[in-house]
Design a protein around this ligand. Sequence first.
Ligand code: MF3
Ligand code: CO
Length: 280
Amino acid sequence: MMGRYRLQIQYKTPEQITLMRSAGLVVAEVLERVSAAAVPGVSTADLDRLAEEIIRSHGAIPSFLGYHGYPATLCTSVNNQVVHAIPSPSQVLREGDLISIDAGAILDGWHGDAAVTVAVGEVAPAVAALMRAAEEALWAGIAAAAEGVRSGRGRLTDISHAVEKSVRSSGRYGIVEGYGGHGIGTEMHQDPHVLNYGRPGRGPRLTPGLCLAIEPMITLGSPRTVELADGWTVVTKDGSIAAHVEHTVALTEDGAWVLTARDGGAARLGDRLSSISGAR
Ligand code: MF3
Ligand code: CO
């Protein structure tokens, strides 16, 4: 247990995971198309409009919109913004910007939640390395989850530890501490919270039916963050550039199924890819 309180984990059946896959694919399409649209001269509000159109065209609902009053479909966090930045018509992308695009959709009552960090045009080499480090850390966490469920001996913080280890092996980056991943299912945020750092071997067991959003956030400087007066936007305290990536992942007997990756994670997971996905 992660503390004094009993965690309320919603374990999913294979049929429910298959429903979550449909939601995940809507999110995957949003991120692909919005990433392609993130070019110099486009505003983050333009990206938000595109995302909402795509989600609704699938008969899905934007899950962020109205969540505790959040006013948009996407979170579009540019440069020193870490997460939860609100799209705005006055925020126009420029060559060399780095943008985290975070999207969530509800389809038939089931949630998908994912984020990518993409370069607007060409970014500085150190910024490109930051992006790669975040991506590597995400997949290290997903791989740890897949291995943990296959072995039957995995624990939640094996994921946290794998994320941290990957970040540290990539370079000197700040790992943001106040935010992390989460369980996901019929709500966007469920137990358990998934830290992006820490010792392995703690927390709930990695068992079939556990569905998690894993989301490392790292910076080129200090890990300290500040929330702006809008009540949402999280920026780095030192102004350094940040990257944030996320996937929704389902665990089964055979490994992991990356519900928000178009290939389900096949390219990165190999034989640790869940067979629910293999069957489809
Ligand atoms: N992927 C983000 C998270 O899990 C989504 C935040 S949505 C918001 O925290 F509505 F809260 F902004
Ligand atoms: Co999330």
